[in-house]
Design a protein around this ligand. Sequence first.
Ligand code: GTP
Ligand code: MG
Ligand code: ZN
Length: 307
Amino acid sequence: MEIKGTVIKSTGSNYWVKVDGEIVEAKIRGKFRLKGFKATNPVAVGDYVGLKKDESDWVIDKIEERKNYLIRKSTNLSKQHHIIASNVDLIVVIATLAEPYTTYEFIDRITVSAEAYDIDCLIVLNKIDLLNSEKEKFLHEDFIATYQKAGIEVLETSVNTNFNIDELKKKLKSKTSILTGHSGVGKSSLIKAIDKNIDLRISQVSDYHKTGKHTTTFAEMFEINLPAKIIDTPGLRAFGVVDFEKENLSHYFKEFQGHLGQCKFQNCNHNNEPGCIIIEKVEAGEIAFSRYKSYLNLFHEEYNPYR
Ligand SMILES: Nc1nc2c(ncn2[C@@H]2O[C@H](COP(=O)(O)OP(=O)(O)OP(=O)(O)O)[C@@H](O)[C@H]2O)c(=O)[nH]1
Ligand SMILES: [Mg+2]
Ligand SMILES: [Zn+2]
């Protein structure tokens, strides 16, 4: 007998699969491979799988084709890739400007991946209750302006003051969403603010480094009564994008899209060519410099594999 369900959690050796409202613990057998590359986790949260009973254990023996997935390179320099989750409607990048600070390039790497795999993306700027000094207010304004120009929606939130939690609920309603970002930005806290009945571990950011403590250790999908499916994930230190064809990269920056094809040279790489419309737009302040810098860094990434 074969049954089917959705993987809601995995530790690498054990998998929890939701089958008709029940949770079944399963193992994997055989090799599952993505075309063209190796993944450290052949079966990911969000996968729709077939299960068979092998003596006493349930075994995953089939993965239905993925609608999409969020994938990154493992932190080491091997060719290994890690699928963060699959079959999602929305990628929510949780960012903070304090405790910890999230760099623009980290965010851009995720938004580029979302565009490449054609998944909607929302940035949530959490902990805005912490932005008080003039410097912090400046950082905040710059952040909002940068992503407004980039055509990516930003929702400001605070778990501590309950600010915009209802708005966030509206964004997640009737979708399967993945929450990603650095450790300590408040991914688990936001999920708990949305539904206090969910049992999640949350820790203080470390006093000294102001970074998170990697409290969430495995991706897990929670189904709540909005209705919504929300995938909490472990904090990422960095996001290594999977190699794109260089000529496609500019298409993954939303705000570049309307200008492509208008440079002087048909094969313009928007690096330093004369008559480049992208560079003109950056100089005119219509495209944020930080986004263009992320573009250049990604374009030349092979020269800097540690980034
Ligand atoms: N001031 C403030 N603190 C917050 C806010 N949201 C979360 N925190 C705190 O930030 C710390 C980290 O929160 P977590 O929810 O564990 O962060 P996480 O992103 O899940 O971290 P990992 O599981 O390690 O990836 C906790 O001490 C939270 O109480 C907020 O809006 N404002
Ligand atoms: Mg967490
Ligand atoms: Zn150009």
